[in-house]
Design a protein. Structure first.
Lengths: 48, 487
């Protein structure tokens, strides 16, 4: 593995992990998050 | 990996925000299907045809996705019965199992005697999906997945731990973990420079298509689901978290597991052939080799492929919703007849793809034109509509209504200029370099074999015509409704 490879791998892992951790922190600290935040799978399509 | 990361930042996050906001805006105009949403936003009766791809693509992707879903179940079953574990460290046997499972050796191979097991899995998955969606039980399995998906991530971490401790095969001492990581992460492979790698438009098209596909962007799913959201629901943090979760799984888990493990087991020669490094072969050929070399491999193999099967079920269910929304909204029929019509269309497609299985030609063709080509076009259209038709002021308001995070205003500049320029630029370069080659493959099928590529394109065209007719009927209905409202 080259130095450039190490740099790309470290940047990608740190960046993606950091973004996910920040998002999870924001979700968990949002009041009434289950009512106010949604993923596509929990959206009610109202036709069932 | 550099094109993937650039695409993630330049189009992945901006398009996620655009699509969620477009969908919710369309929902506020009274539409839930992509054609209806575009008709409402463009304020033109023929605007619905602009959104047609948002219905056609998920349907066509479903036709082969259900086969992948069935393969996960088939592998889980064979871990449970010990067939795959029994192959031990025989890499060739695992590869042969994959080829036989999908019937890659010849057209109709899946329908030959002795292949009933996998066909049964396809039939089971098909019936399961349509049974759940017909009875309106899809939300039940989604709730189950709230537990299953974190388990899948834990399982992936266990696999990662095993991959990071793999030793090179005795007859190939150079196939080390570090060289495998280099194969995955080095910006340039041996004999190439960074610039020659980055100058290849195919790499950018594939990386961007992968971003769209894995984030469920650019093919109508998010557009449909977000149309059901209320005005005060958050879409900014919801979409960003979804994007971040997918990105983490693909880059941190996928990037550290699949290619490095494939390098160790299969070697650089195998991976140097681009046709060998599809997600398909990486997942279904490489991972069993990892499981077979870890303690409790049979259990973890079963758990991993079964959880993957559950994840695939939720994805395939969501692929059916955009077309159901159009049939319900456009034709004014209820959910059950909509599901029946869609069942017929997708069943025909899945049978076609399962039959013409030699070299996965039909599957690859539909996958390429849907998940790489048309997804690119529709993503570009969505970005342009959000950035230029809705515009920066209304667009920013639509995106930030109910938002739990502060989104920088500069995002609208990105969506208006940078993302479309990136998408159009990559697409134009790809068309210039690779479209003639694709065209050549279409018009010159291998001698003595059926023209499967041409037939697959014919099937795509039939589905497009079918949905054009549905949209034409829907337009008449919408015109009548708007006339009545005006009165």
């Amino acid at each position: 593995m080259t130095t450039a490879g190490w740099i790309v791998m470290s940047a990608a892992i740190i960046g993606m992990t950091g973004l996910l951790v920040w998002c999870i922190y924001k979700v968990l600290t949002t009041p009434e998050s289950t009512r106010h935040l949604h993923s596509p799978v929990d959206i009610d399509t109202k036709d069932t | 990996m550099i094109p993937y990361l650039v695409a993630f930042l330049v189009v992945g996050i901006p398009l996620a925000w655009s699509e969620w906001a477009l969908g919710r805006h369309g929902g506020s105009l009274g539409h839930n299907s992509a054609p209806g949403i575009f008709r409402g936003i463009l304020r033109h009766r023929n605007g619905s045809y602009v959104g047609m791809l948002g219905t056609v693509m998920p349907v066509l992707i479903y036709t082969y996705y259900v086969i992948v879903e069935a393969l996960c179940l088939y592998y889980a079953w064979h871990y449970l019965t010990g067939t795959l574990t029994g192959m031990g460290d025989d890499v060739g046997a695992v590869g042969a199992f994959f080829v036989k499972s999908l019937g890659l050796s010849g057209h109709g191979a899946l329908f030959a005697s002795g292949q009933g097991g996998f066909l049964l899995c396809i039939a089971f998955c098909f019936l399961l999906n349509f049974g759940l969606i017909y009875r309106g039980l899809s939300r039940g399995i989604e709730k189950f997945c709230l537990i299953a998906m974190p388990m899948l991530v834990v399982c992936a971490f266990i696999v990662l731990a095993r991959v990071l401790t793999l030793q090179p095969p005795a007859d190939a001492p150079d196939q080390t973990l570090l060289n495998g990581l280099g194969f995955m992460w080095n910006p340039a492979q041996s004999g190439e420079t960074i610039w020659s790698t980055l100058a290849n438009p195919n790499v950018w098209l594939a990386a961007t298509g992968q971003i769209f596909f894995s984030l469920s962007l650019g093919f109508g799913l998010i557009l449909t689901y977000s149309s059901y959201l209320k005005k005060d629901d958050d879409i900014a943090l919801s979409s960003l978290t979804s994007v971040a979760g997918n990105g983490f799984c693909e880059v941190v888990l996928g990037g550290m597991i699949a290619l490095p493990a494939a390098f160790i087991f299969l070697g650089p020669m195998f991976l140097s052939d681009p046709s060998n490094i599809s997600t398909f072969s990486l997942g279904f050929v490489t991972l069993p080799n990892v499981f077979n070399q870890m303690p409790g491999g049979g259990f973890f193999g079963f758990l991993f492929f079964f959880l993957l099967f559950l994840a695939a079920v939720t994805s395939s269910l969501s692929m059916l919703q955009p077309a159901i929304a159009l049939l319900e909204e456009g034709l004014g029929i209820s959910r059950k007849p909509s599901v029946a019509i869609l069942g017929f269309v997708t069943f025909t497609g899945t049978c076609f793809i399962a039959y013409f299985s030699a070299g996965a030609t039909a599957l690859d063709t539909v996958d390429f034109w849907m998940a790489n080509f048309f997804i690119f076009i529709f993503a570009t259209v969505q970005t342009l509509v959000f950035g230029w038709i809705i515009g920066p002021k209304r667009g920013y308001e639509a995106l930030t209504a109910g938002a739990e995070i502060q989104i920088p205003r500069g995002i609208m500049f990105m969506i208006r200029y940078i993302s479309p320029l990136y998408l159009i630029g990559v697409f134009a370069l790809w068309c210039k370099n690779s479209l003639p080659e694709r065209w050549h493959a279409i018009v010159n099928p291998p001698a003595g074999e059926p023209p499967v590529v041409l037939m697959s394109l014919g099937f795509i065209l039939i589905v497009i015509i079918f949905f054009s007719v549905v949209i034409a009927i829907s337009n008449q209905r919408w015109n009548q409704q708007s006339g009545e409202t005006a009165k």
